[in-house]
Write a protein that binds this ligand. Structure first.
Ligand code: RIB
Length: 308
């Protein structure tokens, strides 16, 4: 089907300024570490996932809010091919993240929600009223009123994909059963089920969400895909030397959803998304590290290389 006829994505999500400090090792409680490099990037799980969708070729409109000094983030989203008509500007601090990235590419993040937590009921309603039944509503956990958004999406016949990141205690009480697709990592899955082992974790989620497709990401171990009525299928990922893992999960979510909308099976979509995410961790930054579709297509992963 040509892209114009495929269903689109409405992504109600965070937009952050990422203040990134490269460090030898991430500061422990009570410790002071010296930054080796400081850079400012565009980020936010929501915004990153919108860009990943657009770079994968999907039609995506972002719903969110930036504050003082945040107009460049909206412009950047627009420049990446994301619809920004529902990105508003308020006289308040823009959401931002203070991120340490260590020598192995691992990160530690302090998040300040700012305007991401100031999306009004009217703004939600206006945006969702513009979506057509069958379109996808994509949500993470960095904006306010997620349960309300899920209920509104369901009322309008939208298909709901939830990425419950970052995990917080209230997520346990979210109406997860309204999700058609749940994409989460092991930490998030364990917080929801109390199970740390992937098979048991997926079994527990399937009991709670029998109608949903569940994609469990496992970092360097790839992913597991559990479809309704099917076994959980393992998906491998290329092994690469990580420069910065920030945004890898967002790259995965955007690519996985874009490929599903194109009609690929969940396993095929997850396999492609693993490849895109692996390529993203070889680059610095969050949004800036997300590869374009043609880069993923032409990328030849290293044959023998260290595990991420
Ligand atoms: O997933 C990575 C993102 O998490 C960063 O861009 C940061 O803004 C936080 O929201």
């Amino acid at each position: 089907m040509p892209p114009a006829l495929l269903h689109g994505v409405l992504n109600v999500g965070s937009i952050n300024e990422d203040r990134v400090y490269r460090v030898h090792s991430i500061a422990r409680p009570g410790e002071t570490v010296c930054g080796l490099e400081y850079r400012v990037f565009a980020g936010g799980k929501g915004a990153n996932q919108s860009v990943a969708l657009a770079r994968a070729g999907a039609r995506v409109r972002h719903v969110g809010k930036v504050g003082n000094g945040g107009a460049w983030l909206r412009d950047k989203l627009a420049g990446c091919g994301v619809g920004v008509r529902h990105v508003t500007v308020a006289d308040a601090p823009t959401g931002h993240a203070v991120i340490q990235v260590d020598a192995s590419g691992e990160n530690s993040i302090v998040l300040f929600p700012g305007t991401n937590h100031q999306i009004t009921a009217d703004e939600r309603r206006q945006a969702l009223d513009g979506a057509a039944p069958g379109d996808w509503l994509l949500l993470q956990n960095e904006v306010n009123d997620i349960p309300d958004l899920m209920a509104m999406g369901r009322e309008r016949g939208l298909r709901i994909v939830l990425n419950p990141a970052p995990m917080t205690t209230p997520v346990r009480a979210y109406p997860l059963e309204l999700a058609d697709l749940l994409i989460l990592n092991e930490t998030e899955g364990e917080a929801l089920t109390g199970e740390g082992e992937p098979s048991r974790l997926l079994d527990a989620l399937r009991r709670r969400l029998p109608a949903a497709t569940i994609v469990l990401t496992l970092g360097a171990a790839g992913a597991r895909v559990a479809e309704r009525d099917g076994d959980a299928s393992p998906v491998a990922t290329p092994h690469v030397q990580a420069t910065d893992t920030t945004g890898a999960g967002d790259t995965f979510v955007g690519y996985c959803l874009a490929l599903l909308i194109e009609g690929r099976t969940p396993v095929e979509a997850a396999r492609y998304a693993c490849r895109a995410a692996a390529l993203s961790v070889t680059r610095p930054g969050a949004m800036d590290s997300i590869p374009r579709r043609d880069e993923v297509e032409s990328w030849i992963p290293p044959l023998r290389s260290p595990v991420v």
